[in-house]
Ligand binder design. Structure first.
Ligand code: ZN
Length: 323
């Protein structure tokens, strides 16, 4: 195609046609992404999320992937937005921002619809101003920027209460650490959280048929020996019924290093039965593995089917919302 030979009018018309076709293609891409997410199909390729799949497999940049996924989720909630994106009334960028902003501010579907209306035919900057007028805090994004090989800059907006809590904590620690920086304080909190909430270390009461047992870490030798043998019996009893004893759970977390064995994600990781309990799967270390929630859902879709799994997820979602 030699564009130089086109008349001015033909060039403008051809460009407008291409832009229209590009938006049509965009809507088709969003619909395909939605179906891939519904099936959790990215897990089969070893990706921890739709975003990771879009970046590493489809070769979108981080921002391009995020904009498409956000717009897809907006259209999932408000299907008529697809027509607005396709006609160019709502830009992809504004559709994405509307979704992010509405999530951060927990907007109702009606409020979300109003917001989309406000962002129609607006530039990105105008759209940001509209949203800042509703909630300046929700417009600001969390960010992590690389400063040097060993240092990053982390920025986020937080309620004033957090500043007061950090200041209070710094005061409490001032005897031991008089010159604690904010980064050092947050690192101490992160270390504390990782040791307190790490399932590979956490000691929780064990529920068995024989009653409630407690782990004996820190107890006397005799108590510890008795505790160890009782724990062994409890673990064996639990394993036969498919339930998982605390010691087995910790062992699985340690063996799989706290990561999903399918995609390597550390996000929302849970212990899963390779052969499901419903199929007679035991709660033994050999039959257990760590999977992230998405990979776990994909595994369930493969066994139970998409329809049954969607009903289950829907019921789970309603239970969570009614709490
Ligand atoms: Zn995974």
């Amino acid at each position: 195609m030699n564009l130089k030979s086109l008349s001015d009018q033909a060039l403008l018309a051809a460009t407008a046609k291409l832009a229209h076709e590009e938006r049509e293609l965009l809507i088709a891409v969003l619909a395909h992404l939605r179906e891939i997410e519904r099936r959790r199909l990215f897990c089969d390729l070893g990706f921890s999320s739709l975003h990771a799949y879009a970046v590493k497999h489809l070769k979108y940049s981080d921002d391009q992937a995020a904009r498409r996924i956000n717009a897809m989720r907006l259209i999932k909630d408000l299907p008529d937005v697809a027509e607005k994106v396709q006609s160019g009334k709502l830009s992809l960028s504004n559709a994405s921002s509307a979704q992010t902003f509405s999530k951060r501010t927990a907007m109702s579907p009606e409020k979300k619809r109003e917001l989309v209306k406000k962002l129609e035919d607006k530039s990105t900057r105008e759209a940001e101003r509209e949203m800042a007028a509703i909630s300046p805090q929700a417009v600001r994004k969390d960010s992590v920027r690389s400063v040097s090989e060993k240092t990053v800059e982390i920025r986020f907006s937080a309620p004033r209460e957090l500043e007061a809590k950090l200041s209070h904590l710094r005061g409490i620690l001032a005897h031991k650490f008089p010159h604690l920086t904010l980064a050092e304080l947050v690192e101490k909190l992160a270390d504390l959280g990782l040791s307190e909430w790490n399932p590979a270390k956490t000691v929780r009461p064990i529920k068995t048929r024989a009653g409630l047992l407690h782990s004996t870490e820190g107890a006397s030798n005799q108590e510890a020996t008795e505790g160890a043998s009782t724990r062994k019996v409890a673990a064996e009893t639990a394993a036969q019924t498919g339930t998982i004893s605390n010691s087995t759970r910790r062992e699985v977390w340690r063996r799989d290093r706290g990561e999903c064995v399918n995609c390597g994600s550390q996000h929302a990781v849970e212990v899963d039965h390779c052969l499901p309990r419903s199929h007679g799967g035991a709660g033994t270390i050999e039959n257990l593995r760590l999977l992230c929630r998405k990979c776990n859902q994909r595994a369930a879709i493969k066994i139970l089917g998409l329809k049954k799994m969607e009903q289950h997820l829907q019921a789970q979602h309603q239970r969570t919302c009614s709490k």
